[in-house]
Design a protein around this ligand. Structure first.
Ligand SMILES: [Mn+2]
Length: 319
């Protein structure tokens, strides 16, 4: 590592995610206590000027010092086809070109989804032991191995042991020099071009394929996913250092009952969205009923139904 002590963090958001971005950034900055300079770089896919102003307002004074932020445009390299379906925008693929965001750097960068809540000092993640690996990430509790439901497609499984763990790309610490050395961006794009009809988790599939021997498993607490408990009956790590509200059950859409939902709203109250309340009505109620321990009875079916929908869309809906 270089002598530059600056901590670099990269995230992505569009207009729909302005508020979650404000909460994520606020939580990151409030816990940033190492005294090192911190730069939060936001890949901004068309936020309005008002929203950006509110986001920046939310971050002012959040950190005891040494933090700044910048907004940049998305970049997708030579990509021609970025398959999307459901609620996730093409912006997720910007992650694959993270090295292009730092052309002059060879150190590290922490990459965070904007649907996370940071509960620990990010310096610890930034300094995580990676050995010789390209990146550090936590195993995805919803997709523990490459051969799990929603893991990598059968066509590539012969190249990777079936029990190889599968990581969630929503929280990563990346060594930029090694990323370039392994040509991760180019190879991930090749994977997407070749397998776009079988993609399940967008860019995350490509990264798991390309890096299956080159990532270091981090403690589960760095990417604790609160919804896993009701969906799978799996415990969420108690020592959550980053809570990740992955999937469709976002804390701002309905009243989730976990301690992390409460923590989320505590931070939200210190942003420009102070006073925000979940919109009531049948939809929020439906999410709430749905996110119960009973969910595990139907979760498998739900995922299969979504998979069938996605397959039909990728097969018939593109080109
Ligand atoms: Mn996410």
């Amino acid at each position: 590592m270089t002598a530059d002590p600056t901590i670099h963090v990269l995230t992505m958001a569009d207009e729909r995610y302005a508020m979650p971005l404000a909460v994520m950034g606020r939580s990151l900055l409030e816990r940033h206590r190492s005294g090192r300079p911190l730069v939060l770089r936001v890949i901004d896919d068309g936020m309005t000027a008002d929203s950006r102003r509110a986001v920046e307002e939310s971050w002012k004074g959040a950190s005891e010092g040494g933090a700044r932020w910048e907004f940049v445009e998305p970049y997708y390299g030579q990509a021609e086809r970025l398959p999307v379906w459901g609620r996730v925008p093409a912006l997720t693929y910007a992650r694959l070109f993270l090295n292009d965001q730092f052309p002059d750097r060879a150190g590290r960068v922490v990459v965070l989804d904007s649907d996370v809540l940071v509960l620990a000092d990010i310096a610890e993640l930034f300094e995580a032991d990676l050995g010789e690996h390209v990146l550090g990430a936590a195993v995805d509790p919803f997709i523990p191995t490459v051969s799990a439901l929603d893991g990598l497609p059968a066509s590539v499984r012969k190249e990777i042991p079936a029990d190889a763990p599968y990581f969630n790309a929503g929280v990563m610490v990346v060594d930029l020099a090694r990323w370039r050395e392994k040509e991760v961006s180019r190879r991930a794009l090749t994977y997407i071009e070749r397998h776009y009809r079988e993609l399940r988790q967008y860019d995350q599939d490509a990264l798991n394929y390309v890096l299956h021997e080159h990532w270091r498993e981090l403690e589960a607490g760095w990417n604790a996913q609160p919804r896993v408990t009701n969906a799978l009956g799996v415990r969420c790590p108690e020592q959550a250092r980053i809570a990740h509200f992955s999937g469709r059950l976002k804390p701002w859409l309905y009243q989730g009952g976990t301690e992390w939902d409460r923590a989320y709203f505590e931070v939200l109250e210190r942003t420009a969205w102070k006073g925000f309340q979940v919109v009531g009505g049948w939809k929020a109620l439906a999410w709430r009923v749905y996110d119960s321990p009973l969910r595990r009875l139907v979760h498998g079916l739900e995922r299969r139904a979504l998979a069938a929908q996605r397959t039909a869309l990728l097969r018939w809906g593109m080109r």
